[in-house]
Design a binder for this molecule. Structure first.
Ligand code: GUN
Ligand code: FE
Length: 449
């Protein structure tokens, strides 16, 4: 099929491209085969041929085609927790809210009540690819993978691992380290073998929760599974004073160093948060090709410090955005873009008492909306090792139609004043789920309003 209309994307970090009347051709496998403009010889003939076969989707002048959003860090079981207890520090929030809720996912009936709603909500908000933490339970974690496949979302799903009795409550802990490893291996095999998953729309992710909740034996065993299966890896990395101090006390090392020692730092590793990175952590992340999931709002609640987003961008570390649902309550990566900009601005200016300008905050740490949007699309695509985030031949067609002129829109475009860049910034900043009219994943239409 073909889509005819205007589009935005960001091939270059910090910059954007706008095309006014492009024709994007997508093949049966959902891959973009060509992107034509009216100066191409084939343009008019292709439009005619597609129309004749009812295979042309033509956008209106208030509709914009945009790449699908990539959420690098979502806690699927925490969907019912969104909006609760976010004034607590991380440790209390986990113990009081998260662990009791996650423990309930032993029950398949309960899981089936939550996971379909979550996947639907993320797709409706434009998240075409999501990297999920599930829970310690293998069967309901596989069910989350099945649900992504059913609804057509590109899903990266991890059965969570946590076996450290001093950190995990008795009602939510692996029965033993050995069981955790066995169940993780079984989980990997089952996700790879789900019927209909031949093209790997959903993938298993090896998931140690974070350093405090895992014994060294567990981290060691998970590192061996990474070797064996070459899977993606996800975990929390140096996300708060408490977590960082815990790792220092236990190992005398940073989280990045600890994960590296256990064979968990690969080019398919996604490190959520990564607040307290040392210069040598930067080097290790770069040399291993691991990625960072920046979760700006959750960091404002739990980190006790600001993210080095500016340095990470300038250093060309692989990085994308994560909602960290329910460590932040809003299941939208558009919203996360706004949070990422705001986070950097507070860091840049941030002191509450009068100081000379050069002594306030950290000068030069702001990021732009276009950089945030690049992280949400191209950066996220690189982190999951998928060809998504751009409208270029060979990329998978993961895309959204945003309509800025619906009745209940927060976006207001004034044609005679707004440049293409103004329009893009307004969409990134103000988009809500009502504006998203269509969503495709791998060429499959999964939301259509
Ligand atoms: N660290 C360990 N577990 C979690 C979690 O569920 N959410 C967040 N934000 N941080 C964590
Ligand atoms: Fe998290």
């Amino acid at each position: 099929f073909g889509v005819l209309g205007q589009y935005f994307h960001c091939p270059v970090k910090g910059d954007f491209e706008y095309a006014a009347h492009a024709l994007i051709l997508v093949d049966q496998q959902g891959t973009i085969v060509s992107v034509l403009t009216d100066s191409d010889t084939q343009y008019h003939a292709q439009i005619e041929a597609l129309s004749a076969h009812q295979q042309l989707i033509e956008l209106s002048p208030t509709q914009y085609l945009m790449p699908g959003m990539v959420d690098l860090h979502v806690h699927a079981p925490q969907f019912p927790q969104a909006g609760k207890g976010l004034d607590l520090p991380l440790y209390d929030w986990l113990q009081d809210y998260t662990f009791p809720l996650e423990a309930k996912f032993e029950d398949m009936v309960f899981a089936k009540q939550i996971y379909p709603q979550l996947v639907q909500s993320l797709l409706a908000n434009g998240t075409t690819s999501a990297v999920y933490f599930a829970t310690i339970h293998k069967d309901t974690s596989v069910e989350l993978a099945r649900e992504c496949l059913r609804q057509g979302q590109r899903g990266y799903i991890g059965k969570v691992n946590m076996d450290e009795p001093t950190q995990c409550p008795p009602f939510y802990i692996e029965p033993s380290t050995e069981t955790a490893l066995k169940e993780t291996e079984c989980f990997i095999q089952q996700v790879l073998a789900i019927e209909g998953n031949e093209e790997q729309l959903v993938s298993p992710v090896i998931t140690p929760r974070f350093v405090p909740s895992c014994t060294a034996e567990l981290l060691q065993g998970l590192g061996e599974l990474v070797q064996q299966y070459q899977c993606h890896v996800q975990t929390h990395c140096s996300e708060s004073d408490w977590a960082r101090d815990h790792s220092q006390a236990q190992y005398g090392k940073t989280d990045v160093e600890i994960y590296n020692d256990f064979g968990l730092m690969t080019s398919k590793t996604i490190l959520a948060h990564s607040i307290f990175l040392t210069p040598s952590d930067h080097q290790l992340i770069k040399s291993t090709g691991a990625s960072i999931a920046h979760c700006p709002l959750s960091n404002m609640y739990f980190a006790n410090a600001a993210m080095q987003t500016r340095e990470i961008l300038d250093n060309d570390l692989k990085c994308g955005l994560g909602s960290d649902l329910a460590g932040a309550p809003i299941p939208s990566i558009f919203h996360t873009c706004l949070d990422a900009v705001n986070h950097s601005r507070v860091r840049e200016d941030g002191t509450s008492t009068y100081l000379p300008a050069n002594e306030r905050g950290e000068q030069g740490s702001r990021i732009s909306f276009l950089e945030a949007y690049w992280l949400a699309t191209v950066g996220g695509g690189q982190a999951i090792d998928a060809k998504v985030g751009l409208f270029q031949p060979g990329f998978e067609f993961d895309a959204l139609v945003i309509d800025t002129a619906i009745a209940d829109s927060n976006i207001f475009i004034l044609e005679e004043m707004d440049s293409a860049k103004d329009k893009l910034e307004k969409i990134i900043c103000l988009n809500s789920r009502q504006n998203i009219r269509k969503v495709w994943v791998k060429g499959q239409l999964v939301v259509d309003k």
